[in-house]
Ligand binder design. Structure first.
Ligand SMILES: Nc1ncnc2c1ncn2[C@@H]1O[C@H](COP(=O)(O)OP(=O)(O)O)[C@@H](O)[C@H]1O
Ligand SMILES: CC(=O)N[C@@H](CCC(=O)OP(=O)(O)O)C(=O)O
Length: 307
């Protein structure tokens, strides 16, 4: 006869097995497919979480998915700017980027955050290679402003992606590597010619453009909230799934950092990505739960036909 403790242990073991078995159809379905994972600066809360993120990426790689990491670093840029005595200013969720701020953005994204993520992934083996949008013509961008109260507002060296040349990423994936991308992009002018400037591209926006260009099966965005709330900040209003059309209707009412994030999900799904999701990067392994469980976690954006 089993004791209560033994029965509990058996049930816990069966739960673990059930979780693994639930993942099986998803592992089969995603074998060989590209997933773009956007890791937001606000989700890089501590080393334990960063390590859990690196484990998840290496896990994806080893079950046959081809992950491409696109990272942010907004709070990390803020702290360098603060040390330099430069004020951080955001309009419409985008950083007003002076030439001095642009130097700091490039240093932090490509030189610090990207390097740290590459190092954490490579603690598991020689997988990750860091790239910036400047490398091998990966990204091209043009300057954008934003409209506030009907007025066009200049944001300085802020860009939107106008071209993606994913060859360098494809080469790395073919070689069994994990590309880690920072979202600094060379500027192109109205005629498509390269200028001498580089632009600061919001990482959500760049991740969506890359997911579309790479024909990704998923865009997963890790941030510092559980997902999209219909009535922010009411924590009972978390949306678990919505269609692209429902999101399009909701976009004008969103605020702050959620605007580029949800616009990115919409761009990805409109551009052929099967599903885009916003998940809580403060919860270890949330990305695996999103990708390999039937219910997922966080907020999923799906095309109309999947609803
Ligand atoms: N409707 C909403 N649902 C969820 N979060 C929202 C909403 N509106 C605004 N937010 C804010 O957006 C933030 C996420 O954006 P951001 O700070 O830019 O994240 P990241 O650094 O991950 O890109 C949340 O922490 C939250 O404060
Ligand atoms: C134009 C613009 O706002 N660029 C962002 C780029 C980094 C980013 O997007 O980081 P998160 O994902 O952590 O927010 C910035 O300068 O903060």
């Amino acid at each position: 006869m089993s004791t209560t403790a033994e029965v509990r242990e058996q049930l816990a073991a069966q739960d673990k097995a059930a979780t693994l078995i639930e993942a099986l159809p998803w592992i089969q379905r995603f074998a060989g497919s590209i997933m773009v994972i956007k890791y937001g600066g606000n989700a890089m809360v501590n080393d334990d979480l960063r390590r859990a993120f690196a484990e998840d990426i290496v896990f994806l790689h080893h079950v046959g998915v081809r992950p491409v990491v696109v990272h942010g670093g907004g709070p990390q840029i803020n702290s360098l700017l603060e040390r330099l005595g430069i004020k951080s200013e955001f309009k419409g969720g985008l950083r007003v980027t002076t030439p001095e701020a642009m130097d700091a953005v490039r240093m932090v994204l490509t030189g610090q955050v990207g390097r740290e993520l590459v190092g954490m992934i490579n603690a598991h083996g020689p997988y990750a290679v860091g790239l910036s949008g400047e490398d091998a013509g990966l990204l091209q961008a043009t300057r954008i402003g934003t409209v506030i109260d009907g007025q066009e507002v200049d944001l300085g060296q802020v860009g939107e992606v106008t071209g993606v040349n994913p060859g360098a990423i494809v080469d790395l994936l073919e070689a069994g590597r994990i590309p880690v991308i920072s979202t600094v992009a060379p500027e192109v002018d109205a005629d498509g010619g390269l200028t001498s400037a580089v632009l600061n591209v919001n990482a959500d926006t760049a991740a969506a453009a890359l997911a579309v260009a790479l024909g990704a099966s998923r865009l997963v965005v890790l941030t510092d909230v559980e997902g999209l709330y219909s009535n922010w900040p009411d924590k009972t209003s978390l949306i678990s799934a919505l269609t692209a059309g429902e999101l399009r209707d909701m976009l004008p009412s969103l605020e702050a950092g959620m605007i580029p994030k949800m616009q990115a999900c919409l761009t990805a799904v409109d551009g052929g990505v099967d599903r885009a999701a916003v998940v809580d990067g403060r919860m270890a392994h949330s990305m695996l739960l999103e990708v390999f469980t039937t219910a997922g976690i966080g907020t999923q954006v799906v095309p109309e036909e999947q609803a």
